[in-house]
Design a protein around this ligand. Structure first.
Ligand code: ZN
Length: 183
């Protein structure tokens, strides 16, 4: 299946590709493995003029509920909360800080997507079963068609990955494909 997706109604979302998740304590090899395919997807998106959104944990100590459950991570202003250098945002990209799993929760994302007339979201990043899933849930409720390039998302275990890819497909109607099928 070949998708001609990179047009004015499609945006790419990159969730939590931050030092703490890709290189720090909350990382594992599979979170590093998705860096090169995301890199090449973003480069195609930019060439074709599709907007790129980085949606990043940017936690406030003592406030954000996630920290009680997972411990401190991606604390605002720390190196751990910065996007990995390999995927550094470029001039026209959007960087959206978030305080909980979903990139839509209490952020400007929906407002900007609506202003740009976006209808399709290609969601990439970490983790398939947590922030990607919660972002997909809200994207579905707002009426977006979701695309998940399966080589650009990762979970902590292969089992969680498979279960959640199936969940995204069944519950949110996500189209699951490989990043090189997205043109
Ligand atoms: Zn977090």
């Amino acid at each position: 299946m070949e998708q001609s997706l990179f047009h004015s109604k499609t945006a790419v979302i990159v969730v939590d590709m931050l030092n703490d998740f890709v290189k720090g304590e909350l990382s594992w090899e599979q979170s590093r493995a998705i860096v090169p395919p995301i890199q090449s997807l973003l480069s195609s998106a930019r060439q074709k003029g599709a907007p790129v959104f980085y949606c990043n944990d940017c936690h406030v100590p003592g406030i954000d509920p996630e920290l009680k459950l997972w411990g401190d991570h991606a604390i605002a202003g720390t190196e751990g909360a910065e996007i990995v250098s390999e995927l550094a945002p470029q001039k026209d990209d959007y960087v959206i800080p978030k305080h909980c799993y979903s990139a839509f929760f209490q952020t400007d994302l929906q407002w900007i997507l609506t202003s740009l007339g976006i209808e399709n979201l290609i969601i990439t990043g970490l983790y398939t079963n947590i922030c990607v899933r919660h972002t997909a849930a809200d994207a579905f409720c707002w009426g977006y068609q979701i695309y998940i390039p399966k080589d650009c998302v990762s979970a902590f275990t292969a089992e969680e990955y498979e279960t959640d890819i199936a969940y995204l497909k069944t519950v949110y109607g996500a189209i699951i494909l490989s990043s090189d099928e997205i043109k």
